[in-house]
Design a protein around this ligand. Structure first.
Ligand code: UDX
Length: 436
């Protein structure tokens, strides 16, 4: 089957490479010539484990190619995916759909035969209707179907998530759309991934509802963690104790510095805007977004407290280990590290940092933070060390060596990577999340 993927960002590139790996003939399209040139040369625009190899293998196999020309890329394609960005619109938080609609107009202009147009970008309810209107207005003399097919992959685990999803959601309004989508995902049925057909509007909503629910779960356990600290409990035990109830489930109950990334902050905001537009308030989601937002700076204050309070912390240095919003990505979007560094700097604390992949993206977002080449260099001379992102490289630090390098052995573990008794036995003053 010939497939076109318009937009070669995180979702487009991973989806395109995986669909090619299933045996489809995939063309990835992007209007950024530098990006396409680099992809043609085998250079990935993002850091994602296994992606470079997957792309190289499928390019070599003749199933995957890249172009800047949409007209050329969609020629003969039965399925045309729209996987362009839908960032928060500046000022009002609505999802900015200008890229999606621009692609729809261009597709309408160049399409030569029947095709299914698939919105893979995360788009508010009703976007599919508008895409359909754009195509309809072009008066095309052949059938075109617009379907919604949200993507649930996580950064850092993107390929595994795409190839072994919990479910595939397809929102289609006609048989043509459903049939083509069955053919697209046929290889996945072997992995027994359930294919859920819904209406297009339900499908659009599923993506936002899923992300908002996961964000709620994280925020819930984060607040329980705060309570654990006050009452003398252990949030990991509490999470395990509630997570073993199948109705709750054990995933997404890791307390931490608050969620970040390209999806949860943006998608909760966009969902709230939709709710506002339809006068159907989502008060729980409102609270989640607010609580998570304030948590990031609160984590900066937690570090200051561990240093003995604002007065003692002023003029001192904190080493941040990990900057990206989670490990195995170079993505810095809405990463808690940004707010943490700001809070520290506002309190007159100097910040030095190391991240295995994120420093290039982080540098412009964190002015005044000194980036160094590895964890041990970062902690050298520090008055406190804060573990912000749980990269594997920080899970087994040589704590004796760290202790010898720091000025003060203060460790603030915002991801609960270490065992309190072990770290304290090494002579550290140790603070973590929700473990009194
Ligand atoms: C998320 C969704 O998981 C995915 O389905 C959707 O397609 C896009 O958004 P992603 O943003 O890549 O994926 O990362 P995810 O692994 O979900 O983590 C999001 C944030 O939540 C990170 O900042 C992470 O550190 C945090 N998190 C996650 C927690 O703090 N605790 C948890 O238990 C899980």
């Amino acid at each position: 089957m010939k497939i076109a993927m318009v937009g070669s960002g995180y979702v487009g590139l991973v989806s395109g490479a995986c669909l090619a790996d299933f045996g489809h003939d995939v063309t990835c399209i992007d209007k950024d010539p530098a990006k396409i040139e680099r992809l043609q040369a085998g250079i990935m625009p993002i850091y994602e484990p296994g992606l470079a190899e997957l792309v190289a293998g499928n390019v070599k196999g003749g199933r995957l190619s890249f172009t800047t020309s949409l007209a050329e890329g969609i020629d003969g394609a039965q399925a045309i995916f729209i996987a362009v960005g839908t960032p928060s619109r500046r000022g009002d938080g609505h999802a900015d759909l200008s890229f999606v609609y621009a692609v729809a107009r261009e597709v309408a202009e160049h399409l030569k035969g029947p095709a299914v147009i698939v919105t893979k970008s995360t788009v508010p309810v009703g976007t599919g209707d508008e895409v359909e209107r754009i195509l309809h207005d072009a008066g095309l003399p052949f059938p075109v179907s617009v379907v919604s097919n949200p993507e649930f992959l996580r950064e850092g685990a993107a390929i595994g998530d795409f190839k072994r999803p919990d479910r595939i959601v397809v929102g289609a309004e006609d048989e043509f759309g459903r049939q083509v989508m069955q053919d697209v995902y046929r290889p996945l049925f072997l992995n027994q991934a359930p294919l859920l057909f819904t209406s297009r509007r339900s499908s659009e909503l599923i993506k936002y509802a899923a992300n908002a629910f996961l964000a709620t779960k994280i925020t819930f356990i984060n607040e329980i963690a705060d309570l654990c600290e006050k009452v003398g409990g252990n949030v990991q035990d509490v999470a395990r104790g509630i997570g073993l109830d199948n109705r709750i489930g054990s995933k997404f109950l890791h307390a931490g510095p608050g969620y970040g990334g390209s999806c949860f902050p943006k998608d909760t905001l966009a969902l709230l805007k939709t709710a506002e537009d339809y006068d159907s308030p989502l008060r729980i989601v409102e609270a989640v977004a607010k609580v998570n937002d304030s948590r990031k700076r609160a984590m900066g204050r937690k570090v200051i407290e561990a240093m003995g309070g604002a007065e003692l912390a002023r003029g001192k240095t904190v080493a941040l280990l990990g900057l990206t919003f989670k490990p195995n990505t170079d993505d810095m979007r809405d990463a808690p590290a940004i707010a943490i560094a700001q809070t520290l700097q506002d309190a007159g604390v100097a910040v030095v940092a190391y991240d295995p992949e994120g420093m290039e993206m982080a540098a412009p977002l964190m002015p005044g933070v000194r980036m160094v080449g590895n964890a041990y260099e970062a902690v050298t001379g520090a008055d406190a060390v804060a573990l912000v992102t749980e990269w594997d490289a920080f899970r087994a630090l040589d704590l004796d060596r760290v202790k010898a390098l720091v000025k003060e052995p203060v460790l603030v573990d915002l991801r609960n990577v270490y065992r309190p008794d072990e770290v304290r036995a090494k002579g550290f003053a140790y603070t973590s999340i929700g473990r009194a």
